[in-house]
Design a protein around this ligand. Sequence first.
Ligand SMILES: *Cc1c(COP(=O)(O)O)cnc(C)c1O
Length: 417
Amino acid sequence: MDWTESLPSNIQQAIKEVDQQIKPQIAAMNQRLDNNQAKVLAAFRAQQVAESHLHGSTGYGSFDEGRDTLDKVYAQVFGCQAALVRPQFVSGTHTIAVGLYGCLKPGQKLLYITGKPYDTLQEVIGLTGNQIGSLKEYGVQFQYQPLTDQGAVDFQNLTQTLKTFQPDVIAIQRSRGYEVRPSYTIAQIKTMINFVKQISPQAIIFVDNCYGEFSEEQEPTEVGADLIAGSLFKNAGAGIATTGGYLAGRSDLIERAAIRLTAPGIGSHEGATGNYLRGMIEGFFLAPQATANAIKGAIFAAALLEKLGFEVTPKWNEPRTDLIQTIILKSPEKMVQFARAIQKYSPIDSFVTPEASPMDGYEDPIVMAAGTFVEGSTIELSADGPVRPPYAIYLQGGLTYAHVRIAVAHACADILQ
Ligand SMILES: *Cc1c(COP(=O)(O)O)cnc(C)c1O
């Protein structure tokens, strides 16, 4: 049986054409995958990851060789001095917050050069929410440099901002979040870092690397970032790690962050890994593959939806540096229909019907499809978005390419019926 048989004939035809059209992009992604897999394998070999490392520790976790080895594997793969990979990080937001609290002292200054930070980070900084415990309450000053109308970093005005504000930490957000702006490639991040280092050589460069890992063949730490952060229920955990986050970068900054996560005198030397370590290690081994599958799915979705008349970003043939595919549906009904189809074609909770509903921290109702093995995991196929003009749905993840193809094809059928 051909899986496309239950689809309307125009969509069957569109899939055939799209598969031809995107062949070069899929081949290029497969090549990236091979290179990233080789990089990861080389680090596992060099750090001598052993069967005995998979079992995790209890109590203080004082002699957790598996944990310490995984830190070294991350550091090697990301081309930096050190890393802190821990199940005690509860989410990407928490990991980023620990990184920032580690870098910043009261009275110091944080500048985001990529526009407003991701929604949940605004609360950490103290821009929204009640500010209790925020960086602001701790006396950290904050500014962000608005983007240009084209969604690019405003280099023209940045020079002045750097000179007058004199930031101690300069932050870059790689992925677009819920903004209608492009995600920034490693080449673009390299340009940003070189630019700001000329004017503020003493500043620490922090990159929010969420959704970026293994999308390209380098990470921000390999082009000058001092510290990066990400979530293990996004790319780096491959849907296998069930919780956690990572920081990677300069060893002094990693130790400072470790002290914030645990306590002075403890730092990175304690922290039991319980039953989490096997998934964290295996997840990192599988991360290049999971990321490639998700991105191939995003390329397929971009091409198919464009062929069917929808505006998408990035387009199927544009460079990719993260998992996110924005699809502009221009109708609240279509947003809900799209999310429902993704949910229906998920392995878990396929029988659940997503509804648009209010969510903490967001101004507009959010519609969300996530039939995932790990709750809230977005390396697994998921779709969400705030129900407001231009009614854009954000599609991301997919542990297998076939899963994304099937779910997206059916979503297209549903929004066009
Ligand atoms: C996902 C994400 C985060 C962190 O989000 P969590 O939901 O807390 O894991 C931060 N920044 C960006 C750009 C993200 O995509």
